[in-house]
Design a protein around this ligand. Structure first.
Ligand SMILES: C[S@@+](CC[C@H](N)C(=O)[O-])C[C@H]1O[C@@H](n2cnc3c(N)ncnc32)[C@H](O)[C@@H]1O
Length: 129
């Protein structure tokens, strides 16, 4: 795992409840009618606000995050809401995105934490098909 794991763990630890709330990003809500039914992948899922929104709409949702705390929170929230998501700790820069699998790949408020070279590589991996 990369060096920023500790930084993110601390951020989540310091949040009394949710760091980002459970309200999905409005842009995703607005564009959600355009997403074909199927699988959604959330890279940097955080506490799951966007993933849970799509799971609630009937999508099969998977997500990864470098923070164990974030993943635990997203899974707990999913249980409480009564939806299933497949969330696990993983590193975006190493994660292999399965080809021809996802109707939507979310990278919400995530790319800004990487440098230009990393961003290009992450997008290349996410877009390969
Ligand atoms: C600003 S938060 C956004 C969380 C979520 N996408 C949202 O919109 O609520 C950025 C997230 O990216 C995760 N992250 C940062 N670097 C990562 C990496 N290298 N691999 C996986 N996740 C990472 C952080 O742990 C954090 O949960």
């Amino acid at each position: 795992m990369t060096g920023n794991k500790g930084i993110w763990e601390r951020q989540y630890d310091q949040a009394e409840n949710f760091l980002w709330s459970l309200r999905p990003i409005q842009t995703l809500v607005d564009y959600s009618p355009l997403v074909k039914e199927g699988n959604v992948l959330d890279l940097g899922i955080g506490e799951g606000r966007n993933a849970l929104y799509f799971a609630n709409k009937g999508f099969e949702v998977a997500g990864i995050d470098i923070s164990e705390t974030a993943i635990k929170r997203s899974l707990t929230a999913a249980k409480e809401i009564g939806v299933t998501i497949n969330a696990e700790v993983n590193e975006i820069k190493k994660f292999e995105v399965e080809e021809n699998t996802y109707s939507l790949i979310i990278l919400a408020n995530v790319l800004n934490f990487f440098n230009d070279k990393e961003i290009k590589e992450i997008i290349k991996r996410a877009k390969k098909d």
